[in-house]
Design a protein around this ligand. Structure first.
Ligand SMILES: [Zn+2]
Length: 350
C-alpha cells in the first residue's frame, strides 16, 4: 500500500486563495486534505465547501472533513452556535453546573450531527474525521482536574444511567460512572458512524482518539475499534502543550512512539486502518527537529496513513502558529516527499 499523506486546511473560503494553497499542499507530497467543516460552514458555506471539495478532487486529493469544534465536543479552534441556541441540550457537571458543551446523548444534538453529515454528503467529502470526541475536559476550560467534577449529569444522562445500572447516577466518581462515560462516547460514535453510512455508503469514517487516557488496554478504545462503521482509527499525540511558547514539553519518546504502537495494535486486531497525526503548530525554532522525529516514529510503527496539523504550521491562527511556520511546513514536506519516493522506488524494483 502506498502512503496516504495529508494536512488539515482551514481559515480561507475564498476560492482563488484555496486553489493556490491546494497547489502548495500538492507540492508538499500530500494526497489527501482535511477541510475543517465547522458550524459557520454548515450555515453559511455549504456551497463553498462543495466548490472547494470539487477543486480538491480535481487536483487528485482525497477529501476529509472534521466536525471542527461542533457542539464543543470535537477538537478545533472554533465556537459553537448549537450551544447558544440549545442550552438545554448541553452538558451538566456532577456539581450541577451547566457548561457550554453539547450533550452527546441529547436527541437535539444527534439531529444536529445528522444535519452535518447530510451537508458533508452534499458537499462531496470522502472521509468524515470524527476528531477528538470528548466530554467536558477541566484542563481545556482553565480548571484544575477534579475527579468528582465530571459530565454529563443532565436529565437525559441521569435517566439513561438509571436504565442501564438500575440505580441513581452518583455525583461522585465510581467505576460505573467511568463505564457510563465511556459508553456515552461509544454510543454517540456508533450513531454518528452508522448515520454516515446510511446517508452515503461511500463515505468513510475515521475516529481520532485523544491520547489523554493512560488506561491500557483501554476499554473505551476497544469498544470504539469494534464499531462496524469505523474504517480508520487515528490518534494525535501532540507533544507540545499549551501555552505553546512556554508550556510543558512532553518528550516524544514514550508518548508519540507509544501511542503509534497502541493505535497500530488496536487497529490491526480490529481490521481497521491506522492513522497518525503530527503537530506542526505551536513549535519554537528549537522544537523543529521534533517534526522529523515524530514522523520517523510513525513510519517506524508501520503506519502508512500520516497527516500533519496543519497547513503552513497553522500560521493563519496567531495563537497556534509556530515560530517559523515556513520551516516547519518545509520539514513536513521534505519528509512526505521522501516517503512518497521510497514507495515509488520499491514499486520499480518489483
Ligand atoms: Zn447529558
Amino acid at each position: 500500500m502506498s502512503y496516504k499523506l495529508g494536512t488539515s486546511y482551514f481559515s480561507t473560503r475564498i476560492l482563488e486563495h484555496v486553489e493556490k494553497d491546494l497547489k502548495e499542499i500538492k507540492k508538499q507530497g500530500c494526497n489527501f486534505v482535511l477541510h475543517t467543516f465547522d458550524e459557520v460552514d454548515l450555515y453559511y458555506n455549504k456551497e463553498n465547501m462543495k466548490r472547494i471539495t470539487e477543486m480538491s478532487h480535481k487536483m487528485g486529493f482525497e477529501v476529509y472533513y472534521s466536525p471542527w469544534a461542533i457542539g464543543g465536543v470535537f477538537g478545533g479552534e472554533c465556537y459553537s452556535r448549537f450551544v447558544m441556541q440549545y442550552p438545554d441540550a448541553c452538558q451538566v457537571l456532577s456539581t450541577g453546573e451547566k457548561v457550554g458543551f453539547a450533550c452527546l446523548r441529547q436527541p437535539k444534538f444527534k439531529e444536529y450531527i445528522k444535519s452535518w453529515i447530510e451537508a458533508c454528503a452534499y458537499a462531496g467529502g470522502d472521509v468524515l474525521f470524527w476528531d477528538e470526541p470528548h466530554l467536558w475536559i477541566a484542563e481545556w476550560n482553565d480548571r484544575v482536574s477534579n475527579k468528582n467534577e465530571f459530565s454529563c449529569h443532565c436529565s437525559v444522562c441521569q435517566a439513561e444511567f438509571k436504565e442501564h445500572f438500575h440505580k441513581t447516577y452518583p455525583n461522585h466518581w465510581t467505576p460505573e460512572v467511568e463505564e457510563f462515560r465511556d459508553l456515552t462516547l461509544v454510543e454517540f460514535l456508533r450513531f454518528a458512524t452508522s448515520t454516515t453510512k446510511k446517508v452515503n455508503p461511500k463515505m468513510k469514517n475515521a475516529v481520532c482518539l485523544l491520547p489523554n487516557d493512560n488506561r491500557w488496554p483501554n476499554p473505551m478504545w476497544e469498544k470504539l475499534a469494534k464499531l462496524p462503521d469505523v474504517d480508520i482509527l487515528a490518534t494525535d499525540p501532540y507533544w507540545k502543550q499549551r501555552p505553546y511558547a512556554t508550556g510543558r514539553r512532553d518528550p516524544l519518546e514514550g508518548f508519540v512512539d507509544t501511542f503509534a504502537r497502541k493505535i497500530v495494535d488496536i487497529a490491526k486486531r480490529n481490521h481497521k486502518e491506522p492513522q497518525g497525526w503530527i503537530q506542526l503548530y505551536g513549535l519554537r525554532k528549537q522544537d523543529e527537529p521534533d517534526i522529523t522525529q515524530a514522523l520517523e516514529m510513525w513510519e517506524k510503527a508501520g503506519v502508512k496513513n500520516i497527516a500533519a496539523w496543519g497547513f503552513r504550521a497553522c500560521e493563519s491562527y496567531s495563537l497556534l502558529t509556530s515560530e517559523r511556520p515556513q520551516e516547519c511546513w518545509k520539514r513536513m514536506g521534505d519528509f512526505f516527499k521522501k516517503l512518497g519516493k521510497s514507495k515509488a522506488a520499491s514499486k520499480k524494483k518489483k
